[in-house]
Design a protein around this ligand. Sequence first.
Ligand code: NAD
Ligand code: IPM
Ligand code: MN
Length: 350
Amino acid sequence: SQAFSLAVIPGDGIGPEVVAEAVKVLRAATAGEAAGFELTEYKLGAEHWLATGETLPEETLAKLRTHDAILFGAVGAAPGDTRIPSGIIEREMLLKLRFSLDHYVNLRPAKLFPGVPSPLANPGEIDFVVVREGTEGPYVGNGGALRVGTPHEIATEVSVNTAHGVERVVRDAFRRAQSRRRKLTLVHKHNVLVHAGHLWRRTVEAVGREFPEVAVDYLHIDAATIFMVTDPARFDVIVTDNLFGDIITDLAAAITGGIGLAASGNINMDRTAPSMFEPVHGSAPDIAGQQKADPTAAILSVALMLDHLGLPGAAARVQEAVEKDIAGRGSAARTTSEVGDAIASLLAVG
Ligand code: NAD
Ligand code: IPM
Ligand code: MN
């Protein structure tokens, strides 16, 4: 029988705690499948950097490339941790992975599950996906600093947007919209960021001609944050750049029950390298090591992974078990592993 080879990067802080539960659920969900999973763990992240000075060595990257998929927890130090310069791990490990493996679709679904309290008084039916561009924008490191530390310091981070990069992510967003409620919203800021903004707008217009059934809408990023709070039900598929997508998906998580539920996939749609699945949240140093983290986001990321690997049945079972567990959640606090156990046992029964 077929075996999938899965790389597991638990990372820092709550990363290992939530990944342990995700793996538990993966095992329970695929127990009946012909296909098995072979797991290989990779130690990477801030703690690993402190111990070894390594961020992401080329040989490790080469090994990671050989897997069918990567399951990722979270990396990063506490904001006040002066032993680790902010940005080293994020840029040289996490973003290096996303860029090297060409994860151009950063897929971040936002759904308000029945029984989940939203901070919104009238949330309505929230069910949209953000297709965040994952390899370009202000994240590429195209910048620099001059006269550092002087009153005349100049710091730049230039957003890179290529016709190729924008077109492929826009086409993916249209495809997703076509198979959902057929509505696509481009979120940008073309009234100010005219060069990149107009490239995005023209691309949406051009690719949109291939999808005549998809209704196209546009919002500036600032207005988009208003509607995400006042009328989130209006969204079906949002397509946006790397930085706007980062910000808006934390907001999307907040309105759908919190960051502990928000899953993501860093997807290479051309399958030239393994895709990577991870919760939207970070290493949460404030609650790390206390079994307080909600592993649901990591578990839902496993569902996205199963879908990507061509196991939609197993993906749906994970999704359903999570929804069942969520619907029955009372106010009693559960530990990270209690939540994982509960979801895994729902899978064992069903
Ligand atoms: P964070 O997402 O780690 O935490 C923000 C808040 O959400 C904290 O109060 C935290 O306790 C809470 N939270 C996060 N996940 C939770 C969960 N599963 N259950 C319950 N509560 C949860 O963001 P931050 O504090 O801005 O960043 C901390 C570190 O993580 C930084 O080093 C940052 O660079 C890194 N980071 C990494 C990733 C990633 O690896 N993909 C993502 C975001 C941030
Ligand atoms: C996320 C994180 C990362 C991002 C950081 C840690 C590089 O915030 O996955 O949302 O900005 O993409
Ligand atoms: Mn983020």
